[in-house]
Design a protein around this ligand. Structure first.
Ligand code: LLP
Length: 443
């Protein structure tokens, strides 16, 4: 019934206490308050290196980008850039964060299914390396903007290979019925390549696809490469274009429960690189520069969240609820995707006997279940609870529901800690509110 803490990287237990990145998490909670996101720099760097090595060992020209949507803080962008990563940015806000981190703009790829004209112009002004074009309308807009600025925008086109990966419906993106990209099926992808490659303001260099997130099976990655390789052969023949770049997106999984079996990055790298080499050889075409954009798999395991336990409420014959001082606003994933998480009481992390099952709830004004059922060691008010594998899509998706300030983010490194995002204050929550003069009460 006890969870396998050792399956979560960066963790350790000393005298019953949970450590993360060499730091005693109960002390971190005391020093910085809760809820608290904690990122372990060593785990983050190791994940970067594992992905780079897995792909670089099998392919000569490869660049890994971090999908910033999974976690954007200036310090994190700085660390991954330092590890040789580029950045996948999906908004002006994410571009700006990368620039503030000192990341190389030529290694940034701008994404989005609806990029506004001013966003495209801003990207060109900032020297963003590549724009991932999602529609013909966008290609035309970018072409106009680039010509107006007397420049050429380097672009790749997002296509949808029609692959249904077995993941939650909201995070499937590569199937035919999707708002993203241009479908290969039916010939639309081929047509847009023909049109874009002729636009004077655009330097068309290749293709992009992304089939979903938290994909546990390697087969969809293989099938997508085959389909896109078919498209490459078709457009090279039809339009005489050169496919210099191929970006295969992200989607690699992390462990959310310690019983989950996980294929290593090597398996995905072998499937993608192996299939691509085989297909290009069969078509007699040169290998494109390969890009990938992992998000969750790089930052997910590098983070945990700390909470303080509040009321523990037993409903006889039903279950016992444990409340923590966060919930929906700092981790909306259980509510949105039925996401599962595991947790321990940080001060009794290795207790294996006498564990009982609890439901962990947040403190929002609705039923914000964080963990449906988890065995815990006698949680009491004031205890610190640690939830694992929260580095991805937690801080980046956090909100202010019920006017809860967003938690701080702390970076730990071999036992030392630094704040990398300050906790929001209640003043911050109203910093942009404006009271019309006529409503101000006279005293
Ligand atoms: N590239 C593109 C174009 C993407 O849209 C995404 C994620 C990624 C890369 C990174 O995917 P990853 O390696 O992280 O799976 N909020 C959801 C996940 C949404 C993913 C959206 N796109 C969640 O919390 O599960």
């Amino acid at each position: 019934m006890a969870i396998r803490i050792d399956r979560y990287p960066g963790t350790g237990v000393k005298r019953g206490k949970l450590y993360f990145g060499g730091a005693d998490v109960t002390k971190l909670a005391k020093e910085y308050g809760t809820p608290l996101y904690v990122i372990d720099e060593t785990t983050l760097r190791n994940r970067c290196r594992e992905y780079r090595t897995a792909f670089e060992q099998r392919y000569d020209n490869v660049t890994v980008l971090l999908a910033c949507k999974a976690l954007t803080t200036i310090a994190v962008s700085g660390i991954v850039s330092d590890e040789g990563f580029g950045l996948d940015v999906a908004s002006t806000g994410e571009m700006y964060g990368g620039i503030k981190a000192g990341a190389d703009t030529s290694m940034m790829f701008l994404h989005g299914s609806y990029k506004k004209e001013e966003e495209l112009a801003q990207a060109l002004k900032w020297g963003i390396g590549t724009v991932v074009v999602d529609s013909l309308l966008e290609a035309k807009t970018l072409d106009r903007v680039a010509r107006g600025m007397k420049t050429k925008a380097r672009v790749i086109i997002r296509v949808t290979p029609g692959v249904e990966a077995h993941t939650h419906e909201m995070i499937q993106t590569g199937k035919l019925d999707t708002k993203f990209g241009v479908p290969i099926e039916g010939g639309a992808a081929s047509e847009i390549v023909g049109a874009v490659s002729k636009m004077k303001g655009l330097d068309f260099t290749g293709l992009h696809y992304h089939i979903g997130s938290q994909i546990l099976d390697v087969e969809p990655f293989r099938v997508s490469v085959r389909r896109v390789a078919g498209l490459i052969a078709e457009v090279v023949e039809k339009y005489g274009v050169e496919i210099r770049d191929l970006d295969v997106g992200g989607g690699y999984p992390v462990r959310y429960t310690s019983k989950q079996a996980l294929p290593a990055p090597d398996k995905f790298a072998a499937a993608i690189c192996g299939t691509l080499k085989k297909e290009m050889k069969a078509a007699g075409l040169p290998l494109p520069h390969l890009y990938l954009e992992p998000g969750r798999s790089v930052v997910g395991p590098a983070g945990i969240t700390l909470y303080t336990v509040g009321p523990v409420k037993e409903i006889p014959g039903v279950r016992t609820y444990v409340s923590v001082d966060g919930g929906l606003s700092d981790n909306p994933r259980p509510a949105l995707y039925d996401a599962e998480y595991e947790a321990v009481i940080a001060g009794r992390a290795d207790t294996k006997r006498g564990l009982k099952k609890y439901r962990v709830s947040g403190r929002h004004c609705e039923t914000d279940t964080l963990i449906k059922e988890i065995a815990l060691a006698d949680p009491k008010p004031g205890d610190i609870m640690a939830v694992f594998s929260t580095g991805a899509y937690n801080y980046s998706m956090a909100g202010n529901y019920n006017k809860f300030p967003r938690p701080a983010v702390v970076l730990v490194n071999n036992g030392k800690s630094d704040i990398i995002v300050e906790r929001e204050t209640i003043e911050d929550l109203y910093a942009k509110d404006v009271m019309p003069k006529r409503l101000v009460k006279k005293v």
